[in-house]
Design a protein around this ligand. Structure first.
Ligand code: 26Y
Length: 821
């Protein structure tokens, strides 16, 4: 193990015990012999937090003293999961903590299990933000994360009779030991009202008279870097009513309606907006976005002012990275403050925002781009709407200069969509005001340049970058897969791969070594047993760890094609059933594992979940099939569940229709954990297969460039449908998998409706599944592929992504504290 030299004195076993007991007695006010597991978890977490706070304060002081340039990472989502193990591992102190807890009669791993996931995000984009925080802290970059402290995170999913039900996820139920409430850091946020042109010092000046004022209170969560004295801060804003607002009402004698307004204000950060991908222009969401960015910009300005430098120097000390277009109003808010409050000119202010801001796009389909109705914007943020018009005016002049008399270009590129209704196109706005725009994989960035924003690319080619996403190997390997991590350290003869993931490539050289292969598959087996135990505990279903564990876990979406997977499972089931006993001996036993949530209002996705569950009931209860095939749907997919499933996968599926998944970060986590990839040439799979080697991943299906022509063939009924595919649809239709009405689901695949090309890719999918069965039968071959998957995943560390952001976009350098003081 690696650890930091001369670690601060408070982290030896005796001190850990002392601080733990202190929190039991004083924070929880309990006797030390009288606490349950939850109490012990809380006391432990708070004593870990104390260590982090010391480091965080000193890190901030260090950044300040050195006058370093910082990055502010703005995201509406942070899908963090649990923090206790992450903190202890990053401090390099798991052994000490384990020993201390043992001395006091606790098992550290059991206490980890007490923690609720912080699910302040839906999926990829939110999890990416969390991985990026870990990497920025680990690599000592001067960074701050900003977001919202939702009281209710991503909903809790229950499955009843095969159907998804959503329950509120009150993750704060047992308190949140990781956060520090900062009542000293509070900003007013304004909404609504009117704008008036006024004369100030003989010059016309636009003044905003807002109607509502709500306070943003900071909650700080320390983010420890791995084996560094640096600790960063994630600042999440929470809404609180302002006093003046209350007092007016109170004085008028109407106490109850004043309390009503209180809860109205608090509603802004009550719940994570319950929708991904399909955009819905709800007023509360717009208010959430503005609330987050306004508080953040005020905070950035306050800290910048401490430097005593002129505001025109702002970009030299601060840069802002926006996680998708959701925080774009941050730039408009800064522009407004510079012009209206600081009295700077438009041109000067505009230069400041352009130099500071950059934007990451996560969207592929144009129809999913964020846009806000102008009517709503004018009502909620009238002054910002003025500024957007002004920006657009200047921008369209540039377009006109480049392409004179080209009405088409003006219409396409305008920040304002005119018909059929009027909208602000947030991605267009973001591209215009940022100095850099990036996609999240090579194929996605290329699609941005050629299909999503081709005109912007022609106007500003230098603005478009590609930075492939990554994931943190600390959480996804070191913490989630201790067995394999220890093996890797042993075979690479160094633990430092956790900080330099490229070192994994050295495993390739050894991938044929018999003893490595043996230990490798044993580690996988142990992880499979753990997952089998979890499946039995949650579903009462026994599965054999000897079977091939075949996993697809992600949000349930038509484009991700869980439906293709379950249709194949049905095909496999009917095929096995028609086999003789002799033939069945040759079948590779499989456990097909699904997990994922569907948006609450996404009916088709919900009926895919229903189908998977119904199929699992039929197959798992078929005595005739036994262990040859099992189907598992694990409810409530979340970060902590992924940490159990991913290390146990033999095979993982990433089978979106080519050209629909911007990246897909879970494939990176699977590959790192030695899972073999089954995927389409989409998003991250293109680059993974390049790194791991085409012969070691299983890819199939229509390539992105062929998708449009095949779609039109399907639409026009010119595509001959595979009879095996049709046969599966018929048995579903016949009711073999329950009486639920699957007609809408089946219709989405028939009559030229098969937009995601399931019927087109099905034959190739069956073929590649056969190849997988054959490969699994040859352990040497399979283990080698598994080792090579890990060996080829070095590129996909989020450390590499963050280095690229820092060098290419932010132009910031690490600032590493050299010691504990
Ligand atoms: C505004 C609202 C409706 C909305 C909310 C959340 C729109 C989109 C989202 C989330 C999108 C998301 O998670 N995108 C995923 O980002 C990952 C990280 O880059 C990618 O790996 C993945 O392909 C992409 O779908």
């Amino acid at each position: 193990h690696i650890s930091l030299p001369s670690y601060s004195p408070d982290t030896d076993v005796k001190s850990i015990e002392k601080f733990f007991v202190h929190h039991v007695e004083y924070t929880l006010a309990r006797y030390r012999g009288n606490i349950n597991q939850m109490g012990a978890y809380r006391a432990l977490a708070m004593s870990v937090r104390d260590r982090l706070i010391e480091r965080w304060k000193d890190t901030q002081l260090y950044f300040k003293k050195n006058g370093v340039k910082r990055v502010a990472y703005l995201s509406m989502e942070y899908l963090i999961g649990r923090s206790l193990q992450n903190a202890i591992v990053n401090l390099g102190l798991e052994e000490n903590f384990s020993a201390a807890m043992k001395n006091l009669g606790y098992v550290l791993e059991d206490l980890y299990e007490q923690e609720a996931d912080a699910g302040l995000g839906y999926s990829g984009l939110g999890r990416l933000a969390a991985c990026f925080m870990d990497s920025m802290a680990t690599m000592d970059y001067p960074a701050w994360g900003y977001g919202l402290r939702y009281k209710y995170g991503m909903f809790y999913q229950k499955i009843k009779n095969g159907c998804q039900f959503e329950y509120p996820d009150y993750w704060l139920e047992n308190g949140n030991p990781w956060e520090v409430e900062r009542l000293d850091i509070m900003y007013p946020i304004h909404f609504y009202g009117t704008c008036k042109m006024e004369m100030v010092d003989g010059k016309p000046h636009m003044a905003w008279y807002p109607q509502q004022k709500i306070l943003a209170v900071a909650y700080d969560t320390p983010i420890p870097g791995y084996l560094t004295y640096n600790t960063l801060n994630l600042r999440l804003w929470s809404a609180q009513p302002s006093k003046e607002f209350d007092l007016d009402q109170f004085n008028s004698g109407d106490l109850y309606s004043s309390l009503g307004d209180r809860s109205h204000a608090e509603r802004i950060t009550a719940v994570l907006y319950p929708n991904d991908s399909s955009f819905e222009g709800k007023e509360l969401r717009l208010k959430q976005q503005y609330f987050m960015v306004s508080a953040t910009v005020q905070d950035l300005l306050r800290r910048f002012r401490e430097s005593k430098r002129q505001l025109t120097d702002f970009p030299e000390l601060v840069c802002v990275q926006m996680n998708d277009s959701h925080p774009t109003l941050a730039a408009i808010e800064l522009l407004r403050i510079l012009i209206d409050v600081e009295g700077m000119s438009y041109d000067e202010s505009y230069k400041v925002i352009c130099k500071s801001f950059s934007f990451t796009n996560h969207v592929v389909a144009r129809s999913n781009l964020e846009k806000w109705s102008i009517e709503l914007m004018e009502k909620v943020l009238p002054r910002h709407m003025h500024l957007i018009y002004e920006i657009n005016h200047h921008f369209l002049q540039q377009v006109e200069k480049k392409w004179p008399n080209d009405q088409g270009k003006l219409t396409h590129m305008s920040i304002i969509e005119e018909s059929p209704e009027r909208y602000v196109r947030m991605a267009n706005l973001a591209i215009v005001i940022c100095h850099s725009v990036n996609g999240v994989t090579e194929i996605h960035s290329e699609m941005m340049r050629t299909e999503v924003f081709p005109d912007f690319f022609k106007l500003w080619p230098e603005r478009f970058l590609s930075i492939t996403n990554g994931v943190t190997p600390r959480r996804w390997m070191l913490e989630a897969n201790r067995e394999m991590s220890d093996l890797i350290t042993k075979w690479l003869r160094t633990p430092s791969w956790t900080l330099n993931l490229d070192l994994l490539s050295d495993l390739a050289r050894q991938s044929d070594v018999g003893s490595l292969q043996k230990q490798w598959s044993l580690a996988k087996h142990i992880n499979k047993e753990r997952l089998a135990g979890y499946i039995e505990k949650t579903l009462g279903l026994k599965v054999s760890p000897e079977s091939l564990f075949d996993v697809q876990i992600k949000r349930v979406h038509q484009y991700k094609r869980q439906l293709l997977n379950i249709i194949y499972v049905i095909h496999r089931y009917t095929t096995i059933k028609s086999m003789t006993i002799e033939e069945r001996r040759k079948v590779t036993p499989r456990v097909v594992i699904f997990a994922g949530k569907a948006a609450a209002n996404y009916a088709i996705a919900k009926s895919i979940i229903q189908l998977i569950n119904n199929v699992s009931v039929v197959i798992n209860n078929d005595k005739n099939i036994g262990d040859l095939l099992k189907v598992v749907f694990l409810p409530n997919y979340c970060v902590s569940l992924a940490e159990i499933i991913i290390p146990a996968a033999d095979l993982s599926q990433h089978i979106s229709t080519a050209g629909t998944e911007a990246c897909g970060t879970s494939a990176m986590k699977f590959a790192m954990n030695g899972s073999i990839i089954l995927g389409t040439m989409d998003g991250s799979i293109v680059e993974l297969s390049k790194e791991i080697g085409e012969t070691n991943v299983f890819t199939f299906g229509t390539r992105a460039y062929d998708v449009p022509s095949r779609r039109s063939a399907v639409r026009n009924g010119e595509w001959g449908v595979d009879s095996r595919f049709e046969a599966v649809l018929s048995v579903i239709e016949r009711g073999d998998f329950g009486s639920h009405d699957f007609a809408p689901l089946l219709n989405s695949l028939r009559y030229g409706n098969d937009y995601y090309l399931l019927s087109v890719d099905f034959p190739a999918y069956v073929e590649v599944q056969d190849n997988i069965d054959a490969a699994y039968k040859i352990p040497n071959l399979w283990n080698k592929k598994s080792i090579l998957s890990t060996a080829g995943s070095g590129k996909f560390s989020s450390d590499r992504s963050i280095k690229q952001y820092a060098n290419q976009i932010w132009k910031i350098k690490p600032a590493r504290r050299s010691g504990p003081i």
